[in-house]
Design a protein around this ligand. Structure first.
Ligand code: ADP
Length: 460
């Protein structure tokens, strides 16, 4: 009979499945550039290249107090941002946890809950000795709503489709700004709060990063989902030519690039595990790029590889693996932890498997798990680099170089993620790739929202 495969044998197979060569990356970048350009020409494209009605860069002199509400994916956050001008700000915030049920219940209930959180926050910070919100002054609120919306103005937006595991009925196709305003009206304490800007976290990050670091030209989010924004010249956004906006103006574009390669799957090499993740997701076919990259999915890809080995009888024979067989039971944060385990025995990996899954592991298995995490994490970073490279190529930023503001737990917490993006950029562009540098963007969805609310006020 055939000799049993070792973990090293298995690893070899996964290495070839998950590795992206520089040549493959360049092919992906070329097709990505084309897709970005098509999205600017025609509505209804897979990568929709959404005009945001955020015009140009901030002057960095914006100032005043603004509220920001951030509906991001995992948490709900309310912030009071005090802009001091000159790239400086202060921020006070409270986070509220969203349950999986809340993401699936009726849209109106979801927005009522958002309004309730804002109302709590405003109450907490209004009144004598409590803080900064003045009772009778109008307070502008920027709503950071990080799902694809169609906008015709900055304070309005129809949800195109939910992403990142949300599914609240009666919301797709509706104006979420109007829905949220209706919810706010249910709370008398919010009578002076006015929703003035509906923005995407990516756009917020772009603006906030530039406020702090004017070399910033691109923003990327690598968290529950993945997305990017950059500043485009209006005359290149030919699909909005009928609006007659002066062509030389600049407007931020929310790429919604998580949708790259959706439905057709021409460009991205997908493994059988990626295909399973997609098929078992609540939106099969959609967000194809995001499903290979973002925090919501990386742990699940890892788990599915393990399940395959369990089913083949090559892993955890004789142990009860039911916990590991629960979908999404392996958080992406575990991959981070495994990759940063400093011990020879891989004690952190032991901890994860015994504590969370009641499974005993051998050293060879643990080494395999860590190597597998590295393959999945590295591929995610290199694909992110492909997206960044596409915007850089499209806009001609390579010669001068630029800064890329990046945010999200994957970027901020996954060990070596930024370095792997930078390596990927060098693989695509050669040495010139070193001119493109990512940096951690300070709180785009709070501060960015506030700056945009301030920019909007000035424009009126
Ligand atoms: P959001 O994108 O929802 O605003 P985050 O940027 O915090 O929020 O991203 C949350 C995602 O990041 C989750 O999918 C989670 O699994 C993942 N995540 C959380 N902690 C880590 C970590 N230490 N390393 C890698 N991924 C993480």
């Amino acid at each position: 009979h055939a000799t049993k495969k070792t973990m090293v044998d298995h690893l070899r197979k996964y290495e070839s499945l998950f590795t992206l060569t520089p040549q493959r990356m360049r092919i992906i970048v070329d097709s990505f550039v084309e897709v970005l350009e098509i999205g600017l020409k025609e509505f209804g494209q897979t990568v929709p290249m959404i005009p945001t009605y955020v015009f140009g860069w901030p002057t960095r002199m914006e100032n005043g107090d603004f509220l920001a509400l951030d509906l991001g994916g995992t948490n709900l956050r309310v912030c009071l941002v005090h802009l001091q001008g000159d790239g400086r700000f202060e921020i006070t915030q409270t986070k509220y946890r969203l349950t999986e049920e809340q993401k699936q219940e009726d849209g109106m209930k979801l927005f009522d809950f958002c309004a309730e959180c804002v109302a709590n926050f405003v109450e907490l910070h209004t009144g004598e000795g409590r803080g900064k919100i003045k009772e009778d002054e109008e307070l502008a609120l920027g709503f950071t709503f990080s799902y694809p919306v169609n906008q015709a103005r900055i304070d309005h937006g129809e949800l195109i489709r939910w992403t990142k595991g949300f599914g609240a009925p009666n919301t797709e196709g509706k104006d979420v700004a109007a829905m949220f305003r209706a919810s706010m009206e249910k709370y008398p304490v919010l009578k002076n709060v006015k929703l003035t800007a509906l923005i995407n976290d990516t756009t917020g990050t772009l603006i906030a990063s530039h406020y702090v670091n004017p070399r910033t030209k691109i923003a990327v989010i690598l968290g529950t989902g993945c997305n990017a924004a950059y500043m485009e010249t209006v005359e290149n956004i030919t699909k909005i030519a009928p609006l007659g906006i002066p062509g030389e103006q600049q407007m931020a574009i929310n790429c919604e690039w998580g949708a790259f390669d959706s439905f057709q799957h021409y460009h991205l090499p997908r493994t059988p595990y990626d295909i399973l993740v997609d098929e078992q997701s609540n939106k099969p076919g959609e967000q194809a790029f995001e499903k290979l990259i973002s925090g919501r999915y990386l742990g699940e890809i890892f788990r599915l590889v393990l399940c395959e080995l369990i089913d083949a009888g090559d892993l955890f024979l004789g142990q009860n693996t039911y916990k590991l067989e629960i979908p999404y039971s392996f958080d992406t944060a575990f991959l981070s932890l495994m990759e940063s385990d400093p011990t020879d025995e891989l004690l952190t990996v032991i901890g994860i498997f015994t504590h969370f899954h009641q499974i005993e592991t051998t050293l060879a298995e643990r080494q395999f798990f860590r190597a597998l995490a590295r393959l999945i994490g590295r591929r995610a970073a290199r694909l992110s680099a492909c997206g960044i490279a596409a915007i850089v190529s499209k806009c001609g930023y390579l010669e001068e170089g630029c800064s890329v503001g990046a945010d999200g737990s994957l970027y901020n917490k996954y060990p070596g993620f930024a370095d792997r993006i930078h390596e990927g950029l060098v693989d695509v562009f050669g040495d010139k790739g070193k001119r493109i540098v990512t940096h951690h963007a300070e709180d785009g969805s709070g501060v960015g929202s506030a700056i945009i609310a301030a920019m909007t006020k000035k424009r009126k």
